[in-house]
Design a protein around this ligand. Sequence first.
Ligand code: CDP
Ligand code: MG
Length: 154
Amino acid sequence: MSSTEQTFIAIKPDGVQRGLIGPILSRFENRGFKLVAIKLTTPGKEHLEKHYEDLAGKPFFAGLIEYMNSGPICAMVWEGRDAVKTGRTLLGATNPLASAPGTIRGDFAIDVGRNVCHGSDSVENAKKEIALWFKEGESVSYQASQFNWIYEKA
Ligand code: CDP
Ligand code: MG
């Protein structure tokens, strides 16, 4: 059974610098997901190391942190039915060269180390990431006017 979820989506520094905030936001808006939190932030090395702590042993870890720390990140929370899994589908595969056209990475990126966006990979990790990137009160609760045109049943 699919359920209403929240997922953490971030436009990485390359995506921000390349003017891709609008196009990436549009993918989520057009699909019908609801934006409940958004900010531009440069959270610093320590925060980014915490965000990617599961990858600390990987050979690309230092480069990944340097990349993520190289400019502002557009941090967001999107809400909707099955938002975590579907968010990953909208992003495409980790390696953009393996991402299908029509996905964000498949349309806007080439190198794995410059893959323009992040999305939570499980509901549990989404909760952790939202708590890391947003303080209480930074995300809003509202009824989207189009709700009944997107969903057959509440
Ligand atoms: O971002 P995603 O969840 O798809 O992939 P990940 O395995 O959690 O890796 C996090 C990030 O590390 C990727 O999005 C890439 O930016 C980077 N990475 C890399 O630079 N080289 C790799 N071989 C794998 C990942
Ligand atoms: Mg990941």
